[in-house]
Design a protein around this ligand. Structure first.
Ligand code: AQP
Length: 352
């Protein structure tokens, strides 16, 4: 086994195209999760075999109240369905219900190199100044993420910009596994090297209070984000109070890029209306936030309020959500179990 960065894979991957992604049940979902992830899932389910999980194993890398976790898991499932995911098209399941994720993650921990994980910026951001007090799981989180993806041999992963580096690590792990355990001289390779699907103006939604920080579930200020469960009044109030500058909106993307908060609001408008930022500027250049914010609030309410309403309806009948999750887990295992069985054989485990 080598200790070096993975060499170029010896052959091509010839398996079917497949999408996998997920969201952690670590708090209320927000506009960033919606635009960076959920909207893309919904679109892709019509094009490719799609697996979307609730990342509860990832969520416990930081403390989660055991009395609340199962309900938080249902909430994410409700958000998926309310955003347009169809359980008859996409496989929707809780990560912890498919044990192959954790088992493959251990094998990948023995494939990934410490130096690769040391470079992960999200661990540095999330562990802050007290990294020695962080869970080991928070550090090895991207390895579990690689297992989540590769146990389904997923070829495409729709995510926000913040996950790009983790996807690169997944590609490195796949490449090294193929190199270390692949059939000698054999092509095609065992694992695909998945492509991130990041593009679009919603790929990095920033905090409404600070244009340099990403919108996040764990931000202590509720005014930093629009939650999918916010009422129409909450959404309008948050847009109204969003931090901006006193200048009218500029003519060009270049001028906009120098104004983080304005850039963020224009990006949100573009993503919600299915336009580019340039198209939004063509309509609002020269206009102040007194005009732009009410238009954005109206659009955000129009797009998000029905999602929140649908979520509340779904959560009113937890048995239906539980049945969807149980069925999804069973279906997910049908794909994950054979992959893990083959991996164990390739690694050389007794009885595999
Ligand atoms: N601000 C964002 N803009 C665009 N996409 C985003 N995503 C998250 N924040 C933004 C995307 O949402 C998906 C699920 O994210 P996650 O819940 O698994 O974890 P996260 O990236 O850590 O999200 P948060 O909100 O920042 O959660 P906390 O605060 O708990 O860490 C991913 O595809 C992510 O890219």
């Amino acid at each position: 086994m080598t200790d070096q960065a993975p060499p170029v894979a010896p052959g091509a991957y010839t398996g079917p195209s497949r999408v996998l992604s997920g969201v952690q049940p670590s708090g209320a979902l927000h506009l960033g999760n919606y635009l960076g992830a959920l909207v893309k899932f919904t679109r892709l389910q019509h094009e490719i075999d799609t697996f979307i999980f609730v990342a509860d194993l990832h969520a416990i890398t930081v403390w989660q109240d055991p009395a609340a976790l199962a309900q938080q898991t249902r909430e994410i499932a409700a958000a998926y369905i309310a955003s347009g995911l169809d359980p008859d098209k996409a496989t929707i399941f809780p990560q912890s219900a498919v044990r192959e994720h954790a088992e493959l993650a251990w094998i990948f921990q023995c494939v990934a190199r410490l130096g690769w994980l040391d470079r992960m910026t999200q661990f540095k951001e999330k562990s802050g100044k007290h990294k020695e007090r962080s869970s080991v799981g928070l550090y090895t989180y991207p390895v579990l993420q690689a297992a989540d993806i590769l146990v389904y041999k997923a070829t495409h992963v729709p995510v926000g910009e913040d996950q790009k580096q983790h996807l690169e690590l997944t590609r490195d792990i796949a490449g090294k596994f193929n190199h270390d355990f692949g059939i000698p001289g054999g092509a095609p390779v065992f694992f695909p090297q998945p492509e991130p699907l990041i593009q679009g103006p919603g790929a990095r939604v920033m905090s409404l209070r600070d244009g340099s920080a990403k919108m996040s579930k764990s931000d202590p200020s509720d005014y930093s984000r629009i939650n999918l469960t916010d009422t129409a009044d909450d959404i309008a109030a948050k847009v109204r109070k969003a931090r901006t500058d006193p200048e009218p909106l500029p003519e060009t993307i270049e001028e906009l890029a120098a104004r983080a908060e304005a850039d963020n609001l224009v990006g949100i408008f573009a993503a919600l209306s299915g336009q580019t930022k340039a198209q939004v500027l063509a309509e609002y250049a020269g206009k102040g936030f007194g005009t732009f914010k009410p238009a954005l609030a109206e659009l955000a309410v129009e797009k998000l309020a029905p999602v929140g309403e649908k979520m509340r309806g779904l959560l009113g009948d937890p048995a239906v959500l539980d049945a969807i999750l149980a069925k999804g887990a069973e279906k997910a295992r049908e794909t994950a179990a054979p992959t893990l069985a083959e991996v164990k054989k390739l690694v050389g485990f007794w009885g595999a």
